[in-house]
Design a protein around this ligand. Structure first.
Ligand code: ZN
Length: 94
């Protein structure tokens, strides 16, 4: 839980970044973050990344239902088909 201390209110937490930084198992990271959701420390969001340029589009959604059919990548102008397939779960510190 120690690594949570480096985050501040309204920070975004990318489980993949923690995985790269700390070498923890991705599923353990999600496990901890899900516990934090239960404790109302963080909130879950979905961030769509571009399958072409591999960057986040900056389109963040609260639920899968909010994700539109198409999202345009602001970086390479690709029209991303079925963005839900390219959504990554991230967390926001409350
Ligand atoms: Zn792109």
């Amino acid at each position: 839980m120690d690594f949570m201390k480096q985050y501040h209110s309204n920070d975004w937490i990318y489980p993949d970044a923690i995985h790269r930084k700390l070498g923890m198992e991705i599923k353990d990271i999600y496990g901890i973050l899900e516990m934090c959701v239960d404790e109302n420390i963080v909130e879950q969001y979905l961030n769509v990344y571009c399958p072409i340029c591999q960057r986040f589009t900056g389109n963040i959604y609260k639920t899968a239902l909010e994700i539109p059919e198409f999202v345009n990548c602001v970086h390479c102008d690709t029209e991303i088909d079925n963005p839900l397939q390219h959504a990554i779960i991230i967390y926001k510190v409350l």
